[in-house]
Design a protein around this ligand. Structure first.
Ligand code: UTP
Length: 270
């Protein structure tokens, strides 16, 4: 099965990054020498994407377009077509993904949330694409502590873990500590079959009055068409100020290799 298209939702308000995001979209905040969304596009290209659909905000989406398209090709990204699609209102992550339906049509696709940057050389998408080859949709999952998982989403396993893959019945967004279904939390990497669009199109607004991607995943899970692939790689969460700072240090250290052993130890960079 070929998966050669990626959807990268980037139309959220980025309230955790205020005041930086009062004017500049969160996707264009810089880590080292490039905007966060460029890391997501580079990851998609490494996984074989020939096209990246960027879901952007109505007011500032043109800046993302300008970065990728109007300013000429970016080194290393010459072979991937970038297609911005406007989400007119921030009606939720599920709604943002649904905006890509016309472009994706009937193809399986990768979905990458640019808030999490993978560490260099530790890509997970190839494993997700492998697990999707039987027609399942696949989400990347990771063992988390109860304290962390209550602010994320926890999956409901419906099988044993075999070679890092398990069947899942769905996920619970930000579960109460008393009702955590498992300690496997959802990370923002997915491979979806196009049937996800049918589910998204019929959803009522869910949590926070938004169209939730998790609700559509739960419908796939109920039909036995959803799998989780476990990773133990640490992702760099750039959706909050401290995470952005840490990502800048980790990726700066990788890119420039200049931090001394003592500085690396103090910064917890390994
Ligand atoms: P978040 O839950 O992180 O929301 O969205 P946010 O608006 O980006 O950030 P905060 O919480 O206000 O600081 C998860 C992903 O879904 C996208 C975001 O861009 C992010 O990649 N998203 C969310 C959309 O594209 N559209 C939406 O309507 C909502």
């Amino acid at each position: 099965m070929t998966v050669d298209i990626a959807v990268i939702p980037a139309a959220g308000r980025g309230t955790r990054m205020r005041p930086a995001t009062r004017v500049v979209p969160k996707a264009l905040l810089t880590v080292v020498d490039r905007p966060t969304i460029q890391y997501a596009v580079e990851e998609a290209a490494r996984a074989g994407a020939k096209e990246a659909i960027l879901i952007v905000d109505l007011e500032v989406g043109h800046l993302v377009h300008q970065h990728f398209v109007n300013s000429g090709p970016l080194p290393g990204l010459e072979h991937i077509k970038i297609r911005p699609v406007v989400q007119e209102e921030p009606l939720g992550l599920g709604h943002a993904v649904l905006e890509a339906e016309r472009m994706v049509a009937h193809r399986p696709f990768m979905c990458i949330l640019a808030d999490d940057i993978v560490r260099p050389g530790l890509d997970v998408l190839p494993d997700l694409i492998g697990a999707a080859s039987d027609g399942s949709s696949v989400v990347c999952i990771q063992e988390m502590t109860p304290e962390v998982i209550v602010s994320k989403g926890a999956v409901i396993p419906t099988s044993e873990l075999v070679d890092g893959v398990m069947s899942i019945g769905g996920a619970i967004e930000k579960p109460d500590e008393s009702s955590i279904p498992s300690l496997y939390g959802v990370l923002g990497r997915y491979v979806f079959q196009p049937e996800i669009f049918e589910h998204l199109a019929t959803l009522e607004p869910g949590r926070a009055g938004e169209i939730q991607l998790t609700d559509a995943m739960n419908q796939l899970g109920m039909e036995g068409k959803l799998k989780g692939v476990v990773t133990d790689q640490e992702f760099l969460d750039v959706g909050n100020p401290l995470g952005l700072l840490r990502a800048s240090m980790v990726l700066g250290n990788h890119q420039f290799g200049e931090f001394s052993a003592i500085a690396r130890e103090e910064l917890g960079l390994g």
